[in-house]
Design a protein around this ligand. Structure first.
Ligand SMILES: CC(C)(COP(=O)(O)OP(=O)(O)OC[C@H]1O[C@@H](n2cnc3c(N)ncnc32)[C@H](O)[C@@H]1OP(=O)(O)O)[C@@H](O)C(=O)NCCC(=O)NCCS
Length: 158
């Protein structure tokens, strides 16, 4: 009898300094212009919401959220390449949205490359809409790339 493959359970928890080597490794394998180890360390020191998704005792994804003045910004959201398309990105996004709600945030913002169709599909699925375009916001291999600014208004229950 063929039993369906069981996905190991995952745990979403606060990021620690001990996670940074694994986080930086995933970051380098995920982006052409990755954040440095120091940027992640500064996010922890600044008290941002830094969370990791752990699978089999290893970091398999992470997200960074900053909250100020009733607004929140998702600064990073990333899943280990070999663990994508298992619902982990959506889990991380649900968790940061729950944290924003708990902090009484009215609206959550983020920037994304218009070429990043996967991330945009995830954000649209979770109710984000494009509200602006920031010209030449990102570094790219042939100059600069615009950023699409997306937002989602939060209510208590959704
Ligand atoms: C964007 C990212 C976080 C998505 O993580 P993931 O764990 O693979 O996504 P999930 O499995 O949770 O998928 C959730 C939704 O995202 C969308 N999605 C995921 N993979 C997709 C793909 N290959 N093509 C199109 N849409 C996709 C779908 O809407 C999906 O919902 P569905 O399964 O009901 O169709 C991941 O691709 C990643 O880490 N990319 C590199 C880093 C990055 O670009 N981060 C965003 C910066 S703004």
């Amino acid at each position: 009898m063929n039993l369906p493959m069981q996905e190991p359970p995952v745990l979403i928890r606060d990021m620690t300094h001990e996670d940074l080597a694994q986080v930086s490794s995933i970051e380098r394998r995920s982006y052409d212009f990755p954040w440095s180890h120091g940027v992640f360390r500064d996010c922890l020191l600044a008290g941002y919401h830094c969370i990791t998704l752990e699978r089999d005792g290893r970091v398999a994804g992470y997200a960074i959220l900053s909250v100020a003045a009733g607004e929140a910004h998702i600064l990073n959201l990333c899943v280990e390449p070999q663990h994508r398309a298992h619902g982990y990105g959506e889990k991380l996004l649900n968790d940061v949205l729950a944290r924003a709600r708990q902090a009484d945030v009215a609206e959550v913002f983020l920037e994304v490359r218009p070429s990043n169709r996967t991330a945009i599909a995830l954000y649209r699925k979770k109710g984000f809409h494009q509200i602006a375009n920031r010209p030449a916001y990102y570094q790219s291999h042939d100059g600069r790339e615009d950023a699409a600014v997306l937002s989602k208004k939060l209510t208590r229950n959704y």
